[in-house]
Write a protein that binds this ligand. Structure first.
Ligand code: ARG
Length: 459
C-alpha cells in the first residue's frame, strides 16, 4: 500500500504511478534527504515529540540506509514515487513501526524544499571552486601577455590597439562578477524551509533554529507558506548560470575566430581539438563550440523554470516536481564547461607575432592621431575630420598612417609637429592611454595586482 493510501479504495493505475513518480531523477537527492531527516529526527527527540530512544533508532536506521545506497545495494521503487517516500518505506521495513514516526511534524513539501536547498548550496560551492580555477588561469595567462599587442575590435572591425592581457582581464571582471553573483545567490537561499509542514506550520512545538544549525543554514524561512512555495533560489541560480554560460560562450566565440586560419591568433592544443571523419587535414575547436552550444540548453532551463512557476497558486503544486531535471541538468553541464574551458585556455598556444602584425593594418592609430591634434589645439570634431581625410588618402595610396612622411602629415594640418611619427607607433598608442582602467601597461599591471588580491581573498 502507498504511504498515503489510507483514504483510497482503489490502487493507482500503473500508468499513473509511472507518470507521477520522480524517483528516476530525484534519487540524486538521497544524501541530502537523509541528512535532512537525521536533523529533523534529532529535533523531534530533543523537543520530546518522540522519545530519545526512538530518535536514536530512526537515526541509526537512516545511516544504515545511506551506507547501503552508497554501496549500491538498494533498489528504489517507482511504486513509492519519490526519494522521500522510498527512504521512509525502506526505513519502516527495516526498523518497524518506529520508522512511521519520522514524518511527524513535516511534510514532503518542506522536505523536498530543504533537500533542494542543501543540494544547491553544495553545488554552488563546487561551481565557485571551478570559477576560481578559471580566474587563476586567466590571471596567469594575462601575466605572461602584458606586452602582447593585438587589435581591439568593435563591430568585429579593427578599432584600437590593446594588449592580450587587457582583453583577458576583461573576462576576469566578468567571471569575478559571476562568482560574486553566485555567492550572493547562495547567501539568499541560506534559510531553512523544513518545519514549514505542508503549508501552515505544524501543531508541534518544534525547534527550527536547531535544525537550521544542524544543517548549516544561517536562519529559517520566516513564512511557512513562502518556504513551501518558493523556487526563487533555483531561478536565481539558473540566471547566474545563464550569465556564466553567456560569458563562456562569448569567450568561446572569440577563441573559435582567433583559432581560424583567417585570424591565426591562437592554436588550440591537440588535446583539446578534434578531427574530421572525412577531411584528413582538419583540426576543429569542437570543445569551444560545444560550450557555446550548451549555452542554449542552460538558457532553456531558465525559461523552463520561469514558465513552470508562472501562475502557480500558493503553496505546493505538483508542477514544481519538474524543477529537478532542469536544475540537475544545469549543474551537470555547467561544471564540465567551466572545468574544460579553464584547461583549454591554459594549453592553447598564443601566436604573439600574428596578433601584433594584425595591428599594422586597419588604421588602428587613427583615434590617437586625432587626440594628438586635439592636444595641439584643434577641436576634436575638426581633428576627426582631418584624420578621416588622411585615412582616405592612405587607402588611395595604399599606405598606413605611420608610413606617412612628416611633410605629408603637415599637408593635412598645421597642428602636426615634428614628434608625430613617434606618437603614431602602435606601442605608444597603447601606452598613451592614461585613463584609469585603460590598456596601458601600468594600468593592466594594476588590474592584475587587484585581481590577485581578489583571488587571495577567496577562501
Ligand atoms: N516528488 C515531489 C516533488 O519533487 C515531492 C513533494 C511532493 N509533495 C506533494 N504534496 N505531492 O515535488
Amino acid at each position: 500500500m502507498k504511504l498515503w493510501g489510507g483514504r483510497f479504495s482503489k490502487s493507482t493505475e500503473k500508468l499513473v504511478d509511472e507518470f507521477n513518480a520522480s524517483i528516476y531523477f530525484d534519487k540524486k537527492l538521497y544524501s541530502h534527504d537523509i541528512r535532512g531527516s537525521i536533523a529533523h529526527t534529532k529535533m523531534l527527540g530533543k523537543c520530546n515529540i518522540i522519545s530519545e530512544d526512538e530518535s536514536l533508532t530512526i537515526i541509526k536506521g537512516l545511516k544504515g540506509i545511506l551506507e547501503d545506497i552508497e554501496k549500491g545495494s538498494i533498489e528504489f521503487k517507482v511504486e513509492y514515487e519519490d526519494i522521500h517516500m522510498n527512504i521512509e518505506k525502506i526505513l519502516t521495513d527495516r526498523i518497524g513501526d518506529v520508522g512511521k514516526k519520522l514524518h511527524t511534524a513535516r511534510s514532503r513539501n518542506d522536505q523536498v524544499a530543504v533537500d533542494m536547498r542543501l543540494y544547491l548550496k553544495e553545488e554552488i560551492l563546487n561551481i565557485c571552486g571551478l570559477l576560481k580555477n578559471l580566474l587563476v588561469n586567466l590571471l596567469e595567462i594575462s601575466k605572461s601577455n602584458v606586452d602582447t599587442i593585438m587589435p581591439g575590435y568593435t563591430h568585429l572591425q579593427r578599432a584600437q590597439p590593446i594588449t592580450l592581457a587587457y582583453h583577458l582581464m576583461a573576462y576576469f571582471q566578468m567571471f569575478k562578477r559571476d562568482y560574486l553573483r553566485l555567492t550572493d545567490c547562495l547567501d539568499r537561499m541560506d534559510f531553512l524551509p523544513l518545519g514549514a509542514g505542508a503549508l501552515a506550520g505544524t501543531t508541534y512545538d518544534t525547534d527550527r533554529a536547531f535544525i537550521a544549525e544542524e544543517l548549516g543554514f544561517k536562519g529559517i524561512c520566516e513564512n511557512s507558506l513562502d518556504a513551501i512555495s518558493d523556487r526563487d533560489f533555483i531561478i536565481e541560480f539558473l540566471s547566474c548560470s545563464s550569465t556564466i554560460m553567456m560569458h563562456l560562450s562569448r569567450f568561446c566565440e572569440e577563441l573559435i575566430i582567433w583559432n581560424s586560419r583567417e585570424f591565426d591568433f591562437i592554436e588550440m592544443d591537440d588535446s583539446f581539438s578534434t578531427g574530421s571523419s572525412i577531411m584528413p587535414q582538419k583540426k576543429n575547436p569542437d570543445v569551444a563550440e560545444l560550450i557555446r552550444g550548451k549555452t542554449g540548453r542552460i538558457y532553456g532551463n531558465l525559461f523552463n523554470i520561469l514558465t513552470i512557476m508562472k501562475s502557480l497558486p500558493l503553496a505546493y503544486n505538483k508542477d514544481m516536481q519538474e524543477d529537478k531535471p532542469l536544475l540537475f541538468d544545469t549543474v551537470e553541464n555547467i561544471k564540465p564547461c567551466l572545468d574544460i574551458f579553464s584547461k583549454m585556455i591554459a594549453t592553447m598556444k598564443i601566436k604573439k607575432i600574428n596578433m601584433k602584425d594584425a595591428t599594422k593594418t586597419g588604421f588602428m592609430n587613427a583615434t590617437d592621431v586625432a587626440d594628438y591634434l586635439v592636444k595641439n589645439g584643434l577641436p576634436f570634431r575638426s581633428a576627426h575630420e582631418v584624420v578621416g581625410k588622411m585615412v582616405l588618402y592612405c587607402l588611395k595610396n595604399n599606405k598606413n598612417i605611420e608610413d606617412l612622411t612628416l611633410e605629408e602629415f603637415k599637408s593635412f594640418s598645421s597642428f602636426f609637429k615634428d614628434d608625430i611619427n613617434r606618437k603614431v607607433e602602435i606601442e605608444s598608442c597603447i601606452e598613451s592611454k592614461v585613463s584609469q582602467g585603460s590598456t596601458s601597461t601600468n594600468s593592466v599591471l594594476l588590474m592584475i595586482e587587484k585581481s590577485k588580491n581578489f583571488i587571495q581573498s577567496l577562501q
